[in-house]
Design a protein around this ligand. Structure first.
Ligand SMILES: Nc1ncnc2c1ncn2[C@@H]1O[C@H](COP(=O)(O)OP(=O)(O)O)[C@@H](O)[C@H]1O
Ligand SMILES: [Fe+2]
Length: 193
């Protein structure tokens, strides 16, 4: 699907602010894909649609999570997590995109998952560091993303986990598993050097 058609579709689902965020994620994801070897066209498409379900009613998303037999523990966790897996489902069923790599990158862009693909990592990180983001710690991750994808991801996951712990909120386990897998993977890598 060409960029303008995709942007035209997603624009109807988003606020102006969230649409500008999507443009930032798209541009950042293409840059990261070219740097780290993911398919830039898939990165463009996944970035454009990553927040497709961001403003869907919670009741509608809950129904999809149940009916589509997604991981039911999502239902007891932060509803902010829901738009990612539900978005992947709706982008397939409503927009007609069935590229599995693109759909997975949308599905896991909030929680992460163990064994993320390069495309998953690129979308996850682009969502975190796009130029419109100004939260504490983002600058450090932006800097490291210039030369080390996994370390940048580890820091972004650490920041998110710390943010949630600071608010005594439950942490959806997949994000901790992702953090551990990447960190332990890095340690193995260092041992091999
Ligand atoms: N493991 C988790 N457990 C609970 N909430 C989480 C988890 N990971 C991310 N979140 C929350 O999801 C929201 C971020 O959603 P995300 O899709 O990454 O960004 P955005 O929707 O802002 O573009 C934040 O409010 C963050 O606190
Ligand atoms: Fe996003």
């Amino acid at each position: 699907m060409d960029r303008n058609k995709a942007l035209g579709i997603v624009k109807q689902q988003l606020t102006e602010h969230r649409y500008l965020h999507t443009i930032g994620v798209m541009e950042t994801a293409i840059e990261l894909a070219n740097k780290y070897g993911a398919d830039p066209q898939k990165a463009e498409l996944a970035a454009i649609f990553h927040d497709y379900a961001k403003f869907r009613p919670k009741e509608e998303m809950k129904k999809i999570i149940i009916e589509q037999n997604m991981s039911q523990d999502l239902l007891v966790h932060n509803t902010e997590l829901w738009h990612a897996p539900v978005g992947a489902f709706l982008v397939e069923t409503e927009v007609g995109i069935n590229d599995h790599e693109v759909l997975n990158a949308i599905k896991y862009h909030t929680s992460g998952r163990m064994n993320m693909s390069i495309l998953d990592k690129v979308i996850f990180l682009a969502d975190y560091i796009e130029p419109g983001r100004h939260f504490p710690g983002v600058e450090e991750v932006r800097e490291i993303a210039k030369y080390d994808l996994d370390t940048a991801l580890i820091l972004s996951l650490r920041n998110t986990i710390q943010f949630l712990l600071g608010k005594t909120q439950p942490v959806y386990p997949d994000t901790v598993l992702t953090y551990n897998a990447l960190l332990l993977g890095k340690k193995e890598e260092k041992k091999g050097e």
